[in-house]
Design a protein around this ligand. Structure first.
Ligand code: FAD
Length: 298
């Protein structure tokens, strides 16, 4: 009888006892028992079937740029699509791209081809899959504005969902209601543009990010969603938390909706900061702050 490991190992590159610090931009988290990079869609499906068959928990990760993993061991399988499920095809103004492709790389490839529409994404350090899941966005544009269809592995079948069926809203999509669905690919619709203009917009936005965000420290980007009529950073400033540190977890002095890892931050300290900020804003303004980063393995 083949063991669980022997069964899944044939379907991708398998690694054991991998620190979640190395799989997330926050650089926090315990050890994941297994990480696998599936060879192709067929292998991905097989890995999931084997995990279910063996009662082994699993979780798909993109670049881990929105993840806050606990300090505990994760006795399950992290499935990463960015190594092998990362093909892209250009057909005029339409792009078909697999979920593991980097959105930063895609925005640069589009700029080189004079395709406009992805300028907003050139500083978002995620994969296509993660960005669709989150409906990632910036500068009043988001994935939902450019995504025509999404290919999904759902209930054992591969289907295409239309833009409307993806239910894109501010930092939200139907995929958050169905964590067992896996995004395989997307069709993205762009427009013809002027390469120099696209490049100038991307440079200007990159500079704005460097000027306003603590990009020289590990983080997961914005910690809280903005609320109707309130920027999260303004509320955090109002309760005086800019620069507050618990251990090596600090509210960034540069952008108070970022929590940064000053070196050896513990996930526990980050969560304490989050809890205290939520409690204080609730007490002082009767507002419920909603987490944008995702807690995993708590
Ligand atoms: C410095 C910095 C700046 C950032 N700026 C922005 C910004 O401007 N705008 C913004 O919206 N976000 C921003 N983010 C947050 C983050 O980059 C986005 O949320 C991004 O969409 C996450 O993509 P990912 O591939 O890293 O997903 P991960 O963090 O790996 O995963 C996020 C969620 O998506 C799910 N997921 C990933 N891939 C798939 C798939 N193929 N199928 C199904 N589910 C999947 C995961 O299971 C998880 O639940 C920033 C983060 C950092 C660190």
């Amino acid at each position: 009888m083949e063991t669980f490991l022997q069964r899944i190992a044939q379907f991708g590159d398998l690694e054991q006892n991998v620190s979640l610090k190395s799989l997330t931009t926050f650089k926090v988290g315990g050890i994941a028992s297994y990480v696998i990079y599936p060879n192709d869609n067929f292998a991905l499906q097989a890995i999931i079937d084997i995990c279910k068959d063996s009662n082994m928990p699993y979780k798909v990760f993109g670049h881990g740029s929105n993840m806050l993993c606990s300090d505990k061991q994760y006795d399950g399988v992290i499935i990463k699509l960015n190594r092998k499920l990362n093909q892209v095809y250009f057909d005029g103004t339409e792009i078909v791209v697999q979920a593991g492709y980097s959105i930063v790389s895609l925005s640069y490839e589009c700029m080189k081809r004079s395709l406009s529409g992805l300028e907003f994404a050139s500083g978002i350090p995620g994969t296509i899959g993660g960005c669709i899941f989150m409906n990632a966005g910036a500068y009043k544009k988001s994935m939902g504005d450019i995504t025509k269809e999404v290919q999904v592995l759902k209930d054992g079948s591969v289907v295409w969902l239309s833009n409307e069926e993806c239910e894109f809203e501010y930092r939200s999509s139907i995929f958050q209601k169905h964590p067992d669905w896996i995004i395989l690919a997307a069709k993205i619709q762009l427009e013809p543009g002027e390469k120099d203009e696209i490049q100038a917009i991307m440079r200007e936005r990159q500079q704005r990010r460097f000027d306003t965000q603590p990009l020289d420290y590990p983080s997961a980007g914005s910690v809280f969603r903005n609320l109707d009529g309130y920027f999260a950073w303004q509320l955090i400033d109002k309760i005086g938390y800019r620069g507050t540190c618990y251990g090596d977890a600090c509210v960034s002095p540069k952008h108070s909706n970022f929590i940064i890892n000053n070196g050896n931050a513990k996930a526990e300290d980050i969560v304490k900061l989050i809890d205290d900020i939520q409690a204080k804003i609730k007490r002082e303004f009767d507002l419920d702050m909603i987490l944008e980063v995702e807690k995993f393995n708590w």
